[in-house]
Write a protein that binds this ligand. Sequence first.
Ligand SMILES: [Zn+2]
Length: 228
Amino acid sequence: MKENKIDYEKILKNLQETEFDNMSIKYWCNLSCNSITSLDTRIEVINEKILVKGEMFEIEGEARFCSKCNIQISDIVLDDLRLENAYNQYRKKHRLLMPEEITEIYKKYNLTAKGLAEILNFGDNTIYRYEKGALQDKVHDAFLKQISKPNNMLDHINNCKINISKKAEQKLRDKIEKLMIEDLKKMVDELVREMKKEEKYEMTQIGTPIYNKAEYSYIFNQQSIVAA
Ligand SMILES: [Zn+2]
């Protein structure tokens, strides 16, 4: 009986050996074909169930097949895209940040992925891995959402021991201050806009002419003259 075990070592070795031959990438069919070019393969849309942290997600995505034996073969790009699709469904369901939102957070503070990881006491590559699509830890996600607000970031650097140079810290504090002022300005603008809206409303209320009977008959007569 043939053993149906995935040989990760072999797959990894194959991936490492993937050659670029006049833009015709070579693939490996683990049945009999061994090395084949993209001409011997085809791409099909498949429905797949992918398990993410114990939850099943049904996704639709492209996969590569060997045209000779018709079995699905590994394609590092397509396989990743399907996994990403499942991860994004998991993120949506659990209201987790999307990878690009994580990037936005560190850019907002003029930091790098590594810089933000240092400030939050995460592992050096943690933010980098998240923005490249690795599924984030739920506690990390909540923390990231919190510090995306400048006042919370300020609280964090005021109350926690962070491992960055004095100069870097000052730069961050200046940026936080700027962001807080911007947020405040936005709030004031919004408030002024709301107030103006109400003022306008009041003005139309006051501005609505209230005529007495004599005035009405006068207007009515004027209109009749115009109409005649
Ligand atoms: Zn094959």
